[in-house]
Design a protein around this ligand. Structure first.
Ligand SMILES: N[C@@H](CCC(=O)N[C@@H](CS)C(=O)NCC(=O)O)C(=O)O
Length: 372
């Protein structure tokens, strides 16, 4: 029996082991409500009886990501961009992993960076490979059964959650990075020579704006839906929902006059927004109680979402079956019967008319969009 506070830079508040020890610990820590399904690695060991307590006041707190090396297009770099060297582990359900898939697709990095897709259903064993299931693959690098095996291979003493995406280096047989924002950025800026398309999602002249927007939308929107869905008390839920819809209203207004978040160019900021918006009406609205408004009711966000969806390379990264199965079945505290909500049936291919606004997708992508 033990509890762990602040370790390995992973910034755990408290990790409490259940069963016989819970009552003893209860007096010491007075935990409130346990967050759902927080199984994790502790000193390289998979603990299925570990739960992370929400922060004081019932607010969801996302942990810091432990693997933060960088690939650099520099002869002296430890991790250099090379074909057949890097492998991406994703869940098609996960918005963070989805960002990296969208960037890989838009840039044409499919031949340079291979991908394994885990089972969207995550149970006590964490993410696992289920090649027989539609849309899933085996672990193409190690033939592992569970994603956690790769975390332990990379760090035998790992104490962290086992999350996707993971960028794996075949050469050093280790994890380079498991933070989606940084993986997106590496693909964008370091893999130019290996990309089959001349697409730049972090263009000069827009970089400050892109960085600002990716930061600005993270807390209220990308993470905001989780803060709403995982809150265990009314106040943090209310706060998350207020901030979420204030931010969506703001961007809806901005998008009345400009095609993309940073202006006339498609950028990483749009990718970061897209993977949240595409999950919103089918999942976040209902499962995470973000039900003030659907995205399809927004005057500009809804056509903007369809515009992005119709951008060549994006629609094929969306797996709505994996998305709905994952969320509705993986958080038993939120949805104990694991019933997958059915609707709504969105017409993502309806004409969006946003090509009347200045700018457009990069020339190499601007071929035959779905509403042509
Ligand atoms: N900071 C990470 C967050 C990734 C993340 O939280 N992924 C979720 C799936 S949507 C996950 O793998 N969760 C498993 C767990 O927390 O145990 C990123 O942006 O890459």
């Amino acid at each position: 029996m033990w509890a762990l506070v602040e370790t390995n830079g992973c910034n755990y508040r408290r990790i409490i082991f259940s069963a016989a020890v819970t009552s003893v610990l209860a007096s010491a820590f007075e935990p409130r409500v346990l967050s759902p399904c927080m199984n994790m690695l502790v000193d390289g060991e998979w603990r299925t009886d570990a739960y992370e307590v929400t922060g004081d006041g019932g607010a969801f707190e996302r942990q810091e990501t432990p693997f933060r090396d960088r690939i650099r297009d520099d002869p002296d770099a430890r991790f250099r961009p090379e074909t057949d060297r890097y492998h991406l582990y994703v869940s098609a359900a996960c918005p963070w992993a989805h960002r990296t898939l969208v960037v890989r697709s838009l840039l044409g990095l499919e031949d340079a960076i291979s991908v394994s897709v885990v089972d969207p259903y995550r149970d006590e064993d964490g993410w696992q490979f289920m090649p027989a299931k539609e849309g899933c693959t085996r672990d193409h690098v190690h033939d592992a059964d569970y994603l956690r095996e790769l975390y332990v291979k990379a760090d035998p003493d790992a104490t962290c959650r086992v999350t996707v995406p993971v960028l794996w280096d075949r050469k050093e047989d280790t994890i380079v990075n498991n933070e989606s924002r940084e993986i997106m950025r590496m693909f964008d800026t370091e893999f130019g020579d290996l990309a089959s398309r001349d697409v730049d999602l972090y263009p000069e002249g827009y970089r400050e704006t892109v960085d600002r927007i990716v930061d600005e939308i993270y807390e209220p929107i990308n993470n905001g839906v989780y803060r709403a869905g995982f809150a265990t008390e009314q106040d943090p839920y209310d706060e998350a929902v207020d901030e979420l819809f204030a931010a969506l209203d703001h961007w809806d207004e901005v998008l009345a006059d400009q095609r993309y978040l940073a202006g006339d160019r498609l950028t990483e900021a749009d990718v970061a927004m897209f993977t949240t918006l595409i999950r919103f009406d089918n999942v976040y609205h209902t499962h995470f109680m973000c039900n003030v408004q659907y995205i399809r009711e927004y005057e500009n966000l809804w056509p903007y979402l369809r515009d992005l969806y119709g951008t060549p390379g994006i629609a094929e990264t969306v797996n709505m079956d994996h998305i709905t199965e994952h969320y509705y079945t993986t958080h038993p505290d939120v949805n104990p019967h694991r019933i997958v909500a059915r609707g709504p049936d969105l017409d993502l291919e309806a004409p969006h008319d946003r090509d009347e606004l200045p700018g457009g997708p990069p020339a190499e992508l601007a071929v035959a969009s779905v509403d042509d």
